[in-house]
Design a protein around this ligand. Sequence first.
Ligand SMILES: Cc1ncc(COP(=O)(O)O)c(C=O)c1O
Length: 485
Amino acid sequence: MLDQNKTPLFDAIMYYDSKRPAYFRIPGHRYEKGINPRWREVVGDKIFGFDLTETPIVDDLHNASGAIKDAQDLAAELWGADYTHFLVNGSTCGNQVAVITTAVNGEKVCIPRNAHKSALMGLILGGARPVYIAPYIEDEWGLQGGITAEQAEKMFQENPDCKGLMVVSPSYYGITSNIAELARVCHSHGAILMVDEAHGAHCYFSDKLPGGAIAQGADIAVQSIHKVTGSFTQSSMIHVKSELVDKAQLEANLHLVQSTSPSYVLMTSLDMARHYMATEGVMMIDRALELARDARERINSIPGMRCATKEDLEGKAGIYKLDETRLTISAARLGLTGFALKEMLFNDYNVDLELADYRNVLAIVTFANEKEDLDRLVEALADIAKKYESGSPLPPARRLPAQPEFVITPREAYFSKNKRRIAWSDCRGHVMAEYIAPYPPGIPLIYQGERMSDDVWEYLEEVRARKGHIHGPSDVSLETVLVVD
Ligand SMILES: Cc1ncc(COP(=O)(O)O)c(C=O)c1O
């Protein structure tokens, strides 16, 4: 047992800061002295002393043997892993590393169609051949559900040479798959289970939550510590608990996707967030749950408004458990799309939610929310419900398009020398050289190397028409796209 009260990286930096050597290294700002005074005036000076480079005192992320190693070991113990690496390029680089450590150069790897675009980037980097698997769709809320053990078993029967399976659990909406069952299936085929747990680092701290992936048998879990606990944006962790994962290759792969000048501000924020979770996590998560449960109940008592419950979702569409700190809210009965509701909440009530889809908006509740935040959300929803009480129900959502035809691997398409720019209106039937993902949540509807179908085109055309935010194409207005001849 390690002493979770320790904060090795924070302490090392505080010690270095107390020495205040004459500084001739990078970064150029020499503690706070080179920082624009306008910024210093607002935020104070102390934080800038944390922005250092590798010194013997503060260790080196790429060859950790001191304070960073100790901080990572504490994190590994807390999340139950064999070993943990800090990530300064978000779960984005963690997912890339998970994929390229599992399969490269034409080897097969199974990727869910609700994967974040970072999984696709891993396919491009490593050149693995994807086998796609689609989560079930929960029709009432229009949400992507889970991946089941039966689906995974069928996929391995059809692709016995598949090296691993990735699942997103929990999803943005707090939907989990049954990780223990998926781990059992993967391991019976000698394959690695990678869990994109970007939204799930807090699930280890309450038995009222779905439970953590590593605790349930996943080989690799990638967590955006910044999304659900108290670390800074871009700071994440990759945890490994496995005999199947090549540790040396994984570490080498981390060099490929991370800066050689990793931010000590980000890494310290991971050390401190780990300490906070270790010492007060259970209480903090309980608090978040209490706030979310109370708000859910109040929203569900507003005529016309609905907030998804465990009873609404669990056991349907491959959904194992729901993380109740995610509030999926719908005003579809009042005729409001999620897009309209989100905009109204922000513009008219100063309430800012994480994302919207056609039917729903999503509020993420963390331990750091105040009851007053939830009160403001509930009151705004009540007011909106009153204004729209005579609205008629929203027509059903357009179904997510079927998976388009696979033609060449994402890497072959991405690096093809036969790329050509054509009008968006002409791209049906062509093989795409770019992925296209409405953002958030950043889930590609078409990957590089797939043939543009009518189905996907019409879906994206709707996003384009309402000027939805799109990631992937170099022409984000989607007037033109790159295709492969
Ligand atoms: C499911 C999922 N995976 C991975 C990521 C990438 O995480 P990060 O922002 O930490 O790079 C996101 C970001 O939104 C996500 O939603």
